[in-house]
Design a protein around this ligand. Structure first.
Ligand code: PMP
Length: 452
């Protein structure tokens, strides 16, 4: 018999979580007086309050009350090696002693770019930025200048940061200039036919941009067949194909989704793992497109680049040191395999718990991530496109998500709001065991509150 759903304000899950995290609660009250919503990133917002973390190591982090968590936020996906990996700590510490900003060229930025060129198949040339948002911003501008066209094709649900060209769903959003909204054309996730129709009937499209494994690291999966078709269609029409590998880069494989699937985009955006847990990102790609960033030294003297590009912290030495250390680990160790295996164990274990509880939901994913889908479906249904994409990302009620996240925190696990998580190379079998216990206990509490 279905119980009446308990509202957030009366939820025992949220109350128990609040009782376990009084210092976080106090810090949040202070934060609310100075930070909008008390947080600094939309994804960190949590009812009744987020945890305030004071320390992290490996796969764990600790809050202001000393509670320990298995961490699947993973630095928003930046920490494939976990927190404070010794190789990264050593590189960063040594670099700190040598200076954090030279306002000058330095050797580490070359080494960093060389590693990217070596690992990422389409990276003929590399330009560093400070964030993934800046990288997609620059990539789109390069594509427009290179093709002399203005329009961009995006897939609904795919995330590319928060600058004006990418920070709105179909139809626009407050604060975005209507003229920019008009320059962006949408396709539904995986709708290759729609892209084909757009590209074959219009001559004003500069680029198609997408997350190659699908929206939110594959929450709405994109198949490799679709990628291959997109490559053919864009090549045929002279439209640039941009893979946003900010999250898939150095995670799906050492060379990202493009290496795994053997598909070469024209431009790639990279961030997160790229800079080993520090701020840093890049646009990489075809030499002829990236040449738009070159100074031109001709008979007319030295002319500025066709696309000028600045950024105080581009290739900042600390980020470069962390990035070089991290990429070498990804290249030279079994880090990716290890993270993939652990994520598979989490998905299998969670699915077994769902089955035992008679819930027909599923937990899915292909790499070092897991996506929790609280609806009747199997992973096969999701990968075959039998579940409406609108349900796969942002389809759960907010109250349900807050209970799930707070319940897992109460039991010592921090996930992201997809809902799901990012797994690192240093998560252990013990972490998996704790995670599965926490998942089971949270489901028990949610069932008692009539959440299904
Ligand atoms: N693209 C993708 C695919 C991302 O996952 C993100 C970050 N979540 C971004 C772009 C934006 O990167 P940043 O947060 O570094 O601006």
């Amino acid at each position: 018999m279905a119980t009446q759903t308990v509202p957030l304000a009366a939820s025992k899950i949220l109350r128990a979580y609040a009782e376990k995290t009084p210092r976080s609660q106090a810090l949040h009250a202070r934060a609310m007086k100075v930070l909008p919503n008390g947080v600094t990133h939309a994804a960190r917002y949590l009812e009744p309050h987020p945890v305030y973390v004071t320390r992290a190591a490996g796969s764990r982090k600790w809050d202001a009350d000393g509670n320990e968590y298995v961490d699947y936020f993973g630095g928003h996906g930046a920490l494939i090696l976990g927190h404070n990996h010794p190789a990264v700590v050593e590189a960063v510490t040594a670099q700190f002693a040598r200076g954090s900003h030279y306002g000058a060229a330095h050797e580490l930025e070359i080494e960093w770019a060389e590693l990217i060129q070596q690992m990422v198949p389409s990276a003929a040339r590399v330009r560093f930025t400070s964030s993934g948002t800046e990288a997609t911003h620059l990539a789109l501008r390069l594509a427009r200048a290179f093709t002399g066209r203005n329009k961009i094709v995006r897939f609904a649900g795919h995330f590319h940061g928060w600058h004006d060209h990418v920070a709105f769903p179909p139809g626009g959003a407050e604060g975005i200039i209507p003229g920019i909204v008009e320059e962006v054309l949408f396709a539904n996730p995986g709708d290759v036919r729609r892209v084909e129709e757009l590209l074959s009937t219009r001559d004003d499209i500069a680029a198609v941009i997408l997350e190659p494994t699908g929206a939110a690291m594959g929450a709405i999966p994109t198949s490799s067949d679709a990628l291959r078709e997109l490559r053919e269609i864009t090549s045929r029409q002279g439209v640039l194909l941009i893979f946003d590998e900010v999250i898939t880069g150095f995670r799906c494989s050492p060379g990202g989704a493009q290496q795994l699937y053997g598909i070469m985009p024209d431009l790639t955006t990279l961030a997160k793992i790229l800079a080993g847990g520090h701020p840093g990102a890049a646009v990489a790609g075809r030499s002829d497109v990236m040449a738009l960033l070159d100074y031109r030294n001709s008979g007319a003297g030295i002319l500025p680049p066709r696309i000028p590009h600045h950024g105080t912290f581009n290739a900042a030495p600390i980020s470069a040191a962390a990035g070089v250390a991290t990429l070498k680990q990804v290249r030279d160790t079994a880090a990716i395999d290890s993270a993939n295996r652990t994520a598979a164990a989490i998905r299998d274990g969670m699915n077994a718990i769902l089955e035992r509880r008679g819930l027909r939901w599923c937990v899915y994913g292909l790499f070092s991530e897991f996506h929790i889908f609280p609806g009747a479906a199997t992973p096969q249904d999701i990968y075959a496109g039998r579940v409406p994409w609108q349900k796969l990302k942002g389809g759960s009620p907010a109250a349900f998500l807050h209970k799930l996240r707070a319940g897992l925190l109460l039991h010592g696990v921090d996930i992201v709001g997809w809902p799901g998580g990012l797994v690192s190379a240093v998560h252990t079998p013990e972490d998996v065991r704790l995670t599965l216990d926490a998942f089971d206990a949270t489901l028990e509490m949610m069932a008692a509150e009539g959440e299904w």
